[in-house]
Design a protein around this ligand. Sequence first.
Ligand code: SF4
Length: 337
Amino acid sequence: MFGISWKIILLKYKLAKKMNFLWGNNRRINTASNYLKQKFGMRIQKVAIDAGFTCPNRDGTLGTGGCAYCNNDAFNPNYCSPDKEIYRQIEEGIQFHEKRYKSAGKYFAYFQAFSNTYASLEHLQKVYDQALKHPEIIGIIIGTRPDCIDEKKLEYFARLSEKYYVVVEYGIESVYDETLRYINRGHDFEKSREILELSFKYGVKTGAHFIFGLPGESRVTMTDSVKVISNLPLHTVKFHQLQIIKGTRFAQEYLEYPERFELFNLDEYIEFIADFLSKLNPEFIVERLAGETQPRNNLGLSWGLRYDQVLSKVEMHMEKNNLWQGKYFNVHIETPT
Ligand code: SF4
């Protein structure tokens, strides 16, 4: 009798190991690394570029203080500098990655700092054409704000998308207008929805960035936002826990009024994000599910782990609790292919 039950357990274990989710492998999250490996047949790495853009929330058009949590210097790698030609930043970025990580097959140029569509179309063409000339670059990721893009720019990105992998990544941060006002974003959630729908209409792949733990949002309201997020026309998503970065408005506020901040500790975040992912649209490709900042730049809670260690802890938690991305999501929606 024991022999049979052990055989059943073993069979179940083997089945679970072999089980493929909607995204074609047995990882519990639809991760960008797996998606890109399947799509391109090799490992793709991002090289960050600072092309010298600014942002309307800093140059005085909307404001000068910026968003309450923002300090671009905290995440810009050393090789990134607007003083260097884009081609040179790519070369140095590739060398940097080759020394530190497993070698990648090809690269994406990642325009992350500030708002990378905040310039004339002619200027954007010059910048992005330069990056795409590099033989190792097969795509571009463009970080920007929802209010810094228009139909002409989307038309241009749609044309580039015919030949390259192109994602326009919008900072949305929260679906709640009250939070957006508090963090001084300078646009509301409707603006984000509108531009995502317009990008989708033009056939441009979109990404979105959200922050969890912003003041005024409870764990319940954050979890509830999954219903809204899951129904946006998104290709990729990025989630970060709120970190208090030195040199930001939040850093000052945190020192004066720490009670306003309910920062996640590691265990709380693992539980929260695993639950959130289990309700998230399984077609969304997850680029990141937590942020990573150098401890020297972080005034708040530092978890002391690298991103891949956090990811693996979340996956272990999901396995233990038999969760996977989209387990509790059941509304079909269209996303760009
Ligand atoms: S987060 Fe983006 S939009 Fe906000 S101030 Fe920083 S660069 Fe500007």
